[in-house]
Design a protein around this ligand. Structure first.
Ligand code: FAD
Ligand code: NAI
Length: 467
């Protein structure tokens, strides 16, 4: 029987990064993957394909709407959807091959098949042919990720009623797309298909979009999305989809019940969240505890209730984000190798990759109010930022929340082009416990959109220059 220091189940960003870090630290490592390709949700049906389509569809829209005003004369862009899907697939393949290369480079064995934990130190791997082999491991890391949350009574066929996976591979642009859930997936993939020509209506249970993000940012974001053509039905739920006709008949009613109406759609995207995935891992029999939401319970060092078994990523508590999974992968590998692994959950950025982008790190105003923390707000709009003005991309603003007594930055929220890239200077500042004054006194290159962050920091001290 093959013996390893560490066996990682799952090769998403949590699992493969964990395996690499452990191998760097001298451990003999294997990964177990049931899918045909490595990389998990993120590389195959998540972050990467969605960003490829967001990029391509954004340029498609720009070519149709923004080129002329810059003096670039092109004929109306024509959509070649199979070619765009091929562009997406090439991106997936490139990244998946990259992970395969990294496994080889770090001498990590890839065990193809479904992993099951038989007890401390023992993993069974069952291949597609049904043949099972067992391996021994001093430590086991569960990095099995998450799956799409289902909407009761609505069957996802991935053709007309789709999850994000089907929405990344539609073979034609739907005339009418109804998105259930105004979360990150709904708004990103809704944006892709709206830009390509779909009429998009988003049905959201709550009375706001993007729950958890800063309320003021989200209000402006919703207005911008509406200007782009999104329609929102907030405080509403989908109670059924009749698939018997040529068009889907989507039953919608108020979240609290009542006010029923039927909307017509070509495609319905169900994007109401994701749930931890533990099917077939044998956790109950092995004695690995789950919480009431089906997540693997871990302590501060990622240890589960079973000795020598750890868990990270989407399958445990915390935001379901690839970079959070990666950082946990590194931390648990370091802990297993006897080092001091650590993740700072107060500084995990979040980005919505729409146009404009929305990004955030740290506390929102709502969080601070609820915690009774006295804070100062510094805001700076892109309409007053020189680079944004010349590029005529002035939607949005930067908002900095600093502790009223100490000036320490507690949260930064940005809506605007490239917000997803800009957020990281705030993350670094916060990781070092920096203040708004530190940010305001840091020289920023001119002309950049990042100068808006400096100006927002100056605004905390009521001394912005360009406003
Ligand atoms: P996963 O990536 O889900 O990987 C788990 C792996 O484990 C899978 O390969 C699975 O096959 C394997 N596995 C499970 N059980 C077994 C078993 N028993 N045996 C063998 N293998 C097993 N996050 C971001 O940060 N940024 C984004 O832009 C972003 N975009 C997204 C877009 C979409 C459409 C979706 C759906 C998600 C997106 N996410 C994004 C979320 C991100 O994909 C996840 O947070 C991330 O993939 C979690 O990593 P993970 O390693 O925990 O699990
Ligand atoms: P989400 O949790 O972001 O949003 C789900 C939305 O659906 C919420 O607004 C919720 O109130 C709503 N909802 C729930 N039940 C509903 C119902 N019955 N009817 C109507 N609305 C309902 O989940 P989403 O968008 O599915 O994404 C899943 C995960 O993937 C998220 O945790 C996210 O972190 C991750 N992801 C991250 C991305 C990024 O970082 N850019 C991109 C895409 C996904």
């Amino acid at each position: 029987m093959a013996t390893y220091d560490l066996v990682v189940i799952g090769t998403g960003p949590g699992g493969y990064v964990c395996a690499i870090r452990a191998a760097q630290l001298g451990l003999k490592v294997a990964v177990v993957e049931k899918n045909a390709t490595l990389g998990g949700t993120c590389l195959n049906v998540g972050c990467m394909p969605s960003k490829a389509l967001l990029h391509a569809s954004e340029l498609f829209e720009e070519a149709g709407h923004s080129f002329a005003k810059m003096g670039i004369g092109v004929s109306a862009p024509k959509l070649d959807l199979p070619a765009m899907m091929n562009f997406k697939q090439q991106g997936i393949d490139g990244n998946v091959k990259g992970v395969e290369y990294l496994m080889k480079k770090n001498k990590i064995d890839v065990l193809v098949g479904k992993g099951k934990i038989l007890g401390t130190g023992k993993v069974e791997v069952t291949g597609a042919d049904g043949k099972a082999t067992s391996v021994e491991a001093k430590s086991i890391v569960i990095a099995s990720g998450s799956a799409v949350a289902q909407l009761k009574g609505i069957e996802i066929d991935e053709k007309r009623v789709v999850s994000s996976t089907g929405a990344l591979s539609l073979d034609k642009v739907p005339g009418k797309l109804i998105v259930v859930g105004a979360g990150v997936i709904g708004l990103e993939l809704g944006s892709v298909w709206r830009r390509l020509g779909a009429e998009v209506t988003v049905v959201e249970f709550l009375d706001r979009i993007l729950p958890g993000m800063d309320g003021e940012v989200v209000k402006q974001f919703q207005r911008i999305l509406e200007k782009q053509g999104f329609a929102f039905k907030l405080g509403a739920k989908v109670t059924g989809v009749d698939t018997s006709g040529a068009k889907l008949a989507v039953k919608v009613e108020a979240a609290a019940g009542g006010n029923p109406e039927t909307l017509e759609a070509d495609v319905v995207l169900v994007a109401i969240g994701r749930v931890p995935y533990t099917e077939g891992l044998g956790l109950k029999e092995a004695g690995v505890a789950l919480d009431e939401r089906g997540r693997v319970v871990i302590d501060d060092h990622f240890a589960t209730s079973l000795k020598g078994v750890y868990a990270i990523g989407d399958v445990v508590r915390g935001p379901m984000l690839a970079h959070k999974a990666e950082d946990e992968g590194v931390a648990v590998a370091e802990l297993i190798a006897g080092k001091a692994g650590h993740v700072n959950y107060d500084v995990i950025p979040g980005v919505v990759y729409t146009t404009p982008e929305v990004s955030s790190v740290g506390k929102t105003e709502e969080d601070l109010k609820q915690a009774g923390v006295a804070y100062t707000v510094g805001k700076f709009p892109f309409t007053a930022n020189g680079r944004s003005k010349v590029n005529q991309t002035t939607d949005g603003f930067v908002k900095i929340l600093a502790d009223a007594k100490t000036d320490r930055v507690l949260g930064v929220h940005i809506i605007g082009r490239e917000a997803g890239e800009m957020i990281h200077e705030a993350a670094v500042l916060m990781e070092f416990g920096g203040s708004a004054e530190d940010l305001a006194r840091t020289c920023h290159a001119h002309p950049t959109r990042s100068e808006a962050i400096k100006e927002a920091a100056l605004t905390v001290g009521k001394r912005a220059i360009h406003m």
